[in-house]
Design a protein around this ligand. Sequence first.
Ligand SMILES: [Zn+2]
Ligand SMILES: [Zn+2]
Length: 158
Amino acid sequence: MILHLFHDRRALADVATLKVAIEECFGAFGLQVRESGYLYVPLAGHKLNAAKLLKHLARASCRKDALWLVDRELFYPEIGPVLGCSAKGAALLYGGLDPDVLAREALHEVGHLLSLEHCPHSCVMRLSTTPDEAREKPARLCHKCSNRLALKTGLERI
Ligand SMILES: [Zn+2]
Ligand SMILES: [Zn+2]
């Protein structure tokens, strides 16, 4: 699978560093990251409606697998603030998070794109709703999630 990595105008996040982190975690499962450049956010306001943006991303990326780093905080209708979110091949992430948290949440969202679900173990797929919670989890998959992904992709974990 090829993941298309888009960023917002000011590129708060270090896109090249994230590409390396994502490929380190998921490259063994056949994932490649492509830096796909700038994508305009067509919404006003201090906080971005993540549900609307996910739909926009799916259209803008022609439904390719994509992760979009945006420069404003995100909220999901009826859920509240989120660090990132994903649906059907499209994922968003707030690019202004600390680098440690950002890397973990990027891996988490990519895990969802690869059809992993939330995991209760010491694992990057553990749900975190705040930066502190995200910092407490490791920046890697647990053995269960690795094995699940290896089965799905048909590749042995390296
Ligand atoms: Zn999640
Ligand atoms: Zn796990």
